[in-house]
Design a protein around this ligand. Structure first.
Ligand code: DHB
Length: 302
């Protein structure tokens, strides 16, 4: 049997492990992205970058809940031009998450990030916290198809489309992304939710609603991955409540080819990547697998 390896190929990118940080949990500094890669992630994902600098929402923007985290940062970022000035290629895979308030913005930012020399783009059309301001493209499959096609025309890089779990038919949206040329689907972004303080009798976040991540999100995102895998051919990057090797294996069995870690990375830090690698390697040894793709989607065969 060949030697066990966690390395994968994802939309033409060679990654040393199938794990990455989820967008938004880091900034855009090259040093911190490099630390993620050195800590065992196959790729590092930036905070979402938009066309102009944004301060984001007022505090409180963040609260720990019993089974996860609720946040409404409001897409704070220094803008694509700033990123272009600071970033000029790397020797490890960097995936740039990006957004816009309309199709033209998405195309403009995609061009700037391509020029900056990142390895792939992750199209964030599913932020739950700027809906009044820019809507949520991921709620409508036609919009997702159109923005994906426009971005694909504007870049030679692989484009991953990150979808929202807050929709009735995620398969329809994933199919639209695939038909428009997406190279992979990231499933999923956070789920729109709310927390209320009983004593203060007010919503806790200044934005009132926020995006729920962590363990509470896992069974929902896992179901999304399952459904997308049954209907779409392009690879799926699972995201939502991956805390330990068992969660990771469940996502692979449901059909994910790679995984992003958000809340667990925020709470446990850099060690989470090697912990996942060790646990998944142990599982592979016990089950006689030498490559991840030998068991991707396996739960559909039973
Ligand atoms: C934010 C953006 C997201 O895509 C998300 O899932 C959660 C929060 C934000 O910046 O508010």
């Amino acid at each position: 049997m060949s030697k066990l390896s966690l390395a994968i190929e994802l939309a033409g990118l060679r990654l040393k492990t199938p794990f990455m940080n989820a967008a938004g949990v880091l900034g855009i500094s090259l040093d911190i992205l490099r630390r993620v890669h050195m800590a065992g992630a196959g790729a590092a994902v930036t905070k979402s970058i938009g066309p102009e600098p944004r301060n984001g929402h007022k505090n409180p923007t963040f609260i720990f809940l019993e089974f996860g985290v609720l946040n409404a940062m409001g897409l704070p970022n220094p803008g694509a031009e700033y990123f272009l000035k600071k970033f000029s290629g790397t020797d490890f895979p960097v995936i740039a998450s990006f957004f816009g308030s309309n199709f033209e913005d998405f195309v403009k930012v995609a061009k700037i990030l391509t020029e900056a020399g990142v390895s792939a783009l992750e199209l964030n059309c599913s932020c739950p916290n700027v809906i009044e301001e820019m809507g949520m493209l991921a709620a409508d499959s036609r919009n997702v198809g159109q923005v994906t096609a426009a971005v694909k025309q504007a870049t030679s890089l692989p484009v991953f489309v990150k979808l929202s779990p807050s929709v009735t038919d995620i398969v329809k949206v994933a199919k639209a992304a695939q038909e428009a040329g997406a190279d992979a689907i990231t499933a999923t972004n956070t789920l729109r939710a709310i927390a209320i303080n009983a004593e203060l009798k007010t919503p806790i976040l200044a934005n009132v609603t926020g995006g729920l991540s962590g363990s509470a999100l896992k069974p929902i995102s896992l179901r999304c991955v399952w459904e997308i895998y049954e209907n779409v051919e392009i690879p799926i990057i699972g995201c939502g409540g991956v805390e330990n090797w068992r969660d990771a294996v469940e996502y692979f069995l449901a059909g994910a080819s790679a995984l992003q870690v958000g809340t667990a990375f925020m709470t446990r830090g850099f060690s989470v990547f090697n912990e996942l690698s060790d646990g998944v390697s142990e599982y592979m040894k016990k089950n006689d697998y030498s490559r991840i793709n030998e068991f991707v989607g396996m739960a559909h065969e039973s």
